[in-house]
Design a protein around this ligand. Sequence first.
Ligand code: NAD
Ligand code: UDP
Ligand code: UDP
Length: 315
Amino acid sequence: MRILVTGGAGFLGSHLCERLLSEGHDVLCVDNFFTGRKRNIAHLMSNPYFEVMRHDVTFPLYVEVDQIYNLACPASPVHYQHDPVQTTKTSVHGAINMLGLAKRLGARIFQASTSEVYGDPEVHPQPESYWGKVNPIGIRSCYDEGKRCAETLFFDYYRQHALSIKVARIFNTYGPRMHPNDGRVVSNFVVQALKGEDITIYGEGQQTRSFCYSDDLIEGFVRLMNSPYELTGPVNLGNPNEFTIRELAEKVIELTGSKSKLIFKPLPEDDPKQRQPDISQAKSDLQWYPTVELKEGLIKTISYFDELLKTADID
Ligand code: NAD
Ligand code: UDP
Ligand code: UDP
């Protein structure tokens, strides 16, 4: 198949392109390189079945493909809050354009949605049936509400135009090729530990997250995309093993053998207190569940950042 991956030069997108190429598909990576990097896809450039197009999904796109994975959108709070209007446009106009493209082609389309649609949840763990508690006007809203509106558009194109849609709600995922400066907790802690700098815990570190390793998540993407038409999602994809941020910091220090100290900084506005996916639907419908433990995934991620920090070009 010819498969379009928007956001293909990003952390998750680059792993997805690699996986699809390894299955023998023809892959078109579309990216505006806001948070994505050429370094993430450099090893794929010599593959004749891989093509890259610099393009912003907020503008229409006319190409011919059989499937579309729509991942374009900055994912880290630091990046998505840098230009919040562009973040909402990317989710909303990007979804409209990619859905319009899918409609013209009769192509199946996958949306990378997020656990952020649950906001600061009052239900724990979060099942897909939970509607969420999201602040519509806060500093995270450009991302949360943008993604919620994208989900609305996906389901309206499904109902109105019988488009084949697949919506994944992704929970915190980490692994090699995360941007070293993107401000997310795993990359921050690992880079700080490797450099011997203080580890910055926001708040008291009692808030929780459940961390999924990238390879596990990509397996979930491919299974959901290739599931029967009726299986639209939304489906939670994430690792249900929940840790406090303090526990994560201690694990990173232990695995790197770093002498870094923990320091405490103010908790960002609207920071969710706890987050854990209920993945019973993914288990029963896709026979999918994560297999990589936090320790094992962190070791691979630490080794990636260790190599990266040895090179001059970490932009
Ligand atoms: P990332 O920032 O590494 O990748 C996003 C990619 O999209 C980048 O390559 C960026 O340059 C590109 N992009 C941004 N705006 C664009 C635009 N207007 N046009 C074209 N390309 C654009 O982030 P990631 O972690 O790989 O996330 C990928 C997707 O998964 C995002 O949609 C994100 O919301 C979603 N997601 C990720 C996580 C996670 O924990 N990693 C969790 C929930 C959802
Ligand atoms: N679009 C696109 N590529 C296509 C077809 C459509 O980018 O191959 C965009 C186009 O900008 C359009 C949007 O998708 O505005 C929505 O398309 P749709 O056909 O649903 O609506 P309409 O064209 O009527 O606005
Ligand atoms: N966090 C932290 N120190 C950091 C970066 C993040 O304590 O250097 C916290 C952040 O406040 C949040 C959690 O770690 O409670 C996860 O943050 P991240 O930005 O990775 O993802 P999200 O908040 O979107 O889940």
